[in-house]
Write a protein that binds this ligand. Structure first.
Ligand code: FES
Length: 157
């Protein structure tokens, strides 16, 4: 299936292009626009964006694979991003990941079969004083314990 921006997103894309000296400079905002629309960046989307930006698909893939905020596969309704950097690691982030992994029978990077949860490990979320931390979609959950994780996930189930 080929990719095209919705009329509203096409208008936003054209506005972005006007703001930058060349189309390739619009790469990151264009990837965001496409991922917000599609939920992920599939091959057809990458190829279509490359044509729009005058870039090579492989160049776009390099960018997509560099940033954890982009994904080439559909993600669950709830994206569980557990911080794995030092403060969270010392405060038990690995146990949080193991607990979620066992509870939902998924490994890091996987999505539950019902499409509800995707589990990721990420670098510092900037809330080290309240470690360990998980970001679920746009919300932070801090000072996690395994009981607290269960209560949070029970509410989302
Ligand atoms: S180390 Fe986890 S939020 Fe900074």
């Amino acid at each position: 299936m080929s990719f095209a921006f919705t009329p509203e997103r096409k208008r936003l894309f054209k506005e972005l292009v006007k703001r930058y000296p060349d189309k390739r400079s619009v790469t990151l905002p264009a990837l965001h626009l496409a991922q917000e629309q599609e939920g992920y960046l599939g091959r057809e989307t990458i190829e279509a964006l490359a044509r729009m930006l005058g870039s090579a698909p492989s160049t776009l893939m390099d960018t997509v694979s560099f940033y954890t905020m982009f994904t080439t596969r559909p993600r669950g309704k709830y994206l569980l991003q557990v911080c794995q950097t030092l403060a969270c690691s010392l405060a038990g982030a690995d146990q949080v990941v193991d607990h979620i992994s066992k509870r939902h029978q998924i490994k890091v990077g996987e999505t539950t079969p019902d499409g509800k949860f995707t589990l990721l490990k990420v670098e510092c979320l900037g809330s080290c004083g309240t470690a360990p931390v998980v970001q679920i979609n746009d919300d932070y959950y801090e000072r996690l314990t395994l009981d607290k994780v269960d209560r949070i996930l029970d509410k989302l189930a």
